[in-house]
Design a protein around this ligand. Structure first.
Ligand SMILES: Cc1cc2nc3c(=O)[nH]c(=O)nc-3n(C[C@H](O)[C@H](O)[C@H](O)COP(=O)(O)O)c2cc1C
Length: 414
């Protein structure tokens, strides 16, 4: 390894990195000295001793590009590109804790040890570039065994969603809280048994052990978008008659809380994020005039978050929808921010992340300034423009460190 660190002027390497990379000091995406006013977007945030250099987080985004659950060079390039461009944190896509918990056959997984190495390479690269990185652990529940979106689009979305066995799917081994399918075009789920629930719980813990070996800075549990944990808490998808469901809110929350309790114990002392859907967006009210819960909504979400807090979660990542095939909502900028704000107001000491059509630096800064959230997760806008953090620095008039290698493209940030 050549670091050329002996000479008075040399291209110093990252100390301890697995190969030579020029050292970026300070870290890419941190504010340079001498700025008069630092926007909140670029104020560091420390969670359980881990410092996130700014508040621009990459939202988890499935790439449908894994090889039998293993991250590939697509993931390395895709995620590595964010690590070099100044975001505060990268959250790797929904990663299944058991094979049948994948959404598509090409989802990432962390159910076996051979899946550790390619993720570790991504984490070590990200760390060498001074960027924090975590992973979203997930179980797709009744929304498992479907084609990647572009395959669905080509075959006729809503008609051939299910990935059959010939396409690597497992439509006969799809499980949910009840036997209610997400849609006619989706697999028919089987209701999980007590044994099945315990196996999933243990699988989350086993994946956490692998996360420790990989060296992730944080873990996010996927409790949103109609996947297993969300489907347990919603009365639309859970009509069990045992202690794990039905009309009783306490019963519907039980499995979600059980998973978080076990994960929290296993991932002690490190940042734990939880993504929830704050609403199902189904027709009608959350609760009817007789006090019967009709769908999942912000009232129950507020109760859930209170209990998640008691279990010691660190950050609540507030999304919505995905559990009701006929969901209706208007996609306006920041469409989910009002939910983040309600939860932030209910629990002022809770760190909250906002997500959903946050595309403009001033919009992101305003969300933080108004205390609607503490960090912003960006999805599609970062796919369009992986350099968004630099664009934000320019727009917000703050000088931020770019990668040495890209400095000549950003003279105004020097
Ligand atoms: C290609 C793609 C893949 C996604 N995969 C995930 C995922 O793995 N986990 C998740 O919680 N959300 C996933 N989402 C939702 C995003 O994380 C984000 O919440 C959503 O796109 C709204 O934010 P945006 O408007 O900034 O894109 C995905 C979105 C896209 C566009």
């Amino acid at each position: 390894m050549s670091t050329s660190s002996g000479a008075p002027f040399s291209n110093i390497g990252v100390p301890g990195a697995y190969e030579y990379f020029p050292l970026n000091s300070p870290d890419i995406g941190t504010v340079r000295e001498g700025n008069e006013q630092i926007p909140l977007l670029f104020k560091p945030l420390t969670i359980k001793g881990i410092e996130f250099k700014n508040r621009i987080f990459v939202s988890p985004m499935c790439q449908y590009s894994a090889d039998n659950g293993h991250a590939t060079d697509w993931h390395f390039v895709h995620l590595g590109g964010f690590a070099t461009r100044g975001v505060g944190a990268i959250c790797i896509e929904a990663t299944a804790v058991v094979p049948e918990g994948r959404i598509s056959p090409e989802d990432l997984g962390l159910w076996t040890d051979s899946q550790i190495a390619p993720l570790k390479k991504i984490v070590e690269f990200s760390h060498a570039q001074g960027t924090k990185i975590g992973i979203q652990l997930a179980h797709a529940g009744r929304k498992a065994s479907v084609h990647a979106p572009w395959v669905r689009d080509r075959t006729g979305r809503g008609r051939f969603d299910t990935a059959p066995e010939e396409a690597g799917g497992w439509p006969n081994a799809v499980f949910g809280p009840s036997d209610i399918p997400f849609a006619d075009s989706y697999p028919a789920p089987k209701a999980l048994t007590e044994r099945g629930l315990l196996d999933i719980e243990n699988a989350f813990v086993a994946s956490i052990e692998r996360c420790k070996e990989i060296g992730f800075d944080f873990v996010e549990i996927h409790g949103a978008h109609g996947y297993l944990l969300h489907s347990f808490v919603s009365p639309l998808s859970n009509n069990r008659t045992d202690i794990w469901g039905g009309q009783s809110l306490e019963n519907r929350l039980r499995f979600f809380l059980r998973i978080i309790k076990r994960v929290r114990e296993a991932w002690a002392g490190k940042p734990l994020f939880v993504r929830i859907s704050a609403a199902d967006w189904a027709e009608g009210p959350e609760k009817d005039d007789n006090g019967v819960w009709k769908q999942w909504g912000i009232e129950q979400s507020t109760i859930l978050v209170g209990k998640l807090r008691e279990l010691g979660i660190d950050l609540l990542d507030c999304s919505s929808g995905g559990n009701w095939v006929k969901q209706k909502f208007t996609l306006v900028p920041g469409y989910q921010v009002p939910y983040a704000e309600v939860l932030k107001k209910a629990y002022p000491n809770q760190l909250v992340g906002a997500v959903g059509l946050i595309t403009e630096p001033n919009q992101a800064e305003e969300i933080l300034q108004k205390n609607q959230a503490d960090v912003v997760f960006l999805g599609r806008e970062l796919l369009r423009d992986p350099h968004w953090a630099m664009k934000a620095a320019k727009d917000l008039n703050v000088k931020v460190k770019t990668a040495n290698q890209y400095e000549r493209a950003w003279p105004s940030l020097l």
